[in-house]
Design a protein around this ligand. Structure first.
Ligand SMILES: Cc1c2[nH]c(c1CCC(=O)O)Cc1[nH]c(c(CCC(=O)O)c1C)Cc1[nH]c(c(CCC(=O)O)c1C)Cc1[nH]c(c(C)c1CCC(=O)O)C2
Length: 341
């Protein structure tokens, strides 16, 4: 059996204390990240320059010896590779050209994987440099979440533009989701071939969808990715994270055929316990507890470990760590999780 603990939990094992990594563990809360970010130039330059992307991926591993490293990239490299003019502006988040039905009809997967070659080079270098026991995670965005940015051209609080587009232009919208799913499957396969041990599919905006739409726009496209990845890599380990999906997470692991599901911090622990009976879970500390530190941090950690610690669990936050988090609080978090047996 592998000594990579995250992979063992993904295979259904219970490990105590649980392995730990944090979403956005490479990011602006780390001074060394901010320094490399400045050197790299634009955010996309950082993603596409293997030397820098490897460096920022390794920074949190050096500091905290997390059980998993996550490839440094972004879910929006796919629309970038589709030539949607993606850019990241300080304080404004991601921007791109909004797409319409004609734009969707004109999209082609040609050249996308070639454009992303630097990402695969980053994965190869990472696997060579990481400690043997550290799991290397690749990732992509789920089609729904990526589509919300492509349609609006920027982030929105409720994804109203994409929801409206889905109702008004169902055929074009379905084509967009299928195309993104097929490209994402190729993209994840290439990451696995370059050395990623497991992959996570981020559906950060799943929480704005009604029941039928969650099934059609979120769960089913994720299943389409999983089926294609498994067809080529039967041993692939996959985590599906549908943020904000609440009660719709019941049976989500089975419906997507993922190995594990990610839970955001709004998922009640009693419900999380039931979900853990379906399979391994990952989560779900409120990132604001990391900002707060002290007792609020300890209590949040203990509550999760008390309820989920005796089943297959990968300890994580319920969403990405925020720039204002104190790196010393992350030390506190890691020590507390690892101090429990
Ligand atoms: C929705 C989404 C995006 N990107 C991602 C998601 C899904 C997860 C989530 O919900 O957070 C995923 C992502 N983005 C990034 C990673 C790297 C790996 C890691 O987790 O450490 C991962 C896994 C780096 C990043 N991606 C981004 C940053 C910050 C940009 C910077 O350094 O200037 C980082 C470290 C930029 C980004 N990228 C995106 C947004 C909305 C933003 C702006 C918000 C912000 O500034 O925090 C799109």
């Amino acid at each position: 059996m592998t000594d990579r603990k995250v992979l063992r939990v993904l295979a259904g094992e219970t490990i105590s204390p649980p392995p730990i990594w944090l979403m956005r563990q490479a990011g602006r809360y780390l001074p060394e990240y901010r320094e490399t970010r400045l050197k790299a130039g634009s955010f996309l330059d950082l993603c596409y320059t293997p030397e820098y992307a490897v460096e920022v991926t390794l920074q949190p591993i050096r500091r905290y010896a997390f059980d998993a490293a996550i490839l440094f990239s972004d879910i929006l490299v796919i629309p970038d590779a589709l030539k949607r003019g993606v850019r990241f502006e300080e304080g404004r988040g991601p921007l791109m050209e909004p797409i319409d039905a004609d734009g969707i009809a004109a999209l082609t997967p040609e050249g996308v994987i070639d454009h992303l070659a630097p990402v695969f080079e980053t994965v190869r270098r990472l696997r060579a440099e990481l400690p043997a026991e550290t799991t290397l995670l690749g990732f992509c965005g789920a089609p729904w979440t990526v589509a919300t940015y492509m349609i609006a051209g920027h982030g929105t609080p409720d994804q109203a533009p994409a929801r409206l587009f889905a109702y008004r232009e169902p055929a074009a919208f379905a084509r967009l989701l299928d195309l993104l799913a097929d490209i994402s499957a190729d993209y994840l396969c290439a990451q696995i071939e370059a050395g990623a041990d497991a992959v996570q599919i981020f559906d950060s905006w799943a929480g704005v969808l009604g029941e039928a739409e969650f099934e059609a726009f979120a769960a089913r496209p994720v299943r389409r990715i999983v089926d294609q990845v498994r067809a080529r890599h039967p041993q692939a380990r996959i985590i599906a994270f549908a943020k904000g999906a609440g009660a719709l997470l019941e049976g989500y692991r089975k419906r997507t055929d993922a190995d594990a599901i990610g839970l955001d911090w709004s998922v009640p622990l009693s419900f999380a316990k039931r979900l853990q009976e379906e399979g391994p879970v990952q989560g779900n500390l409120d990132p604001m507890r990391v900002v707060a530190g002290g007792k609020a941090l300890d209590e949040g950690i203990d509550a999760i470990l008390d309820v989920l610690g005796n089943g297959p669990l990968i300890f994580n936050l319920g969403h990405g760590i925020t720039p204002q988090a104190d790196p010393a609080h992350v030390t506190q978090l890691v020590e507390r999780v690892r101090g429990r047996t």
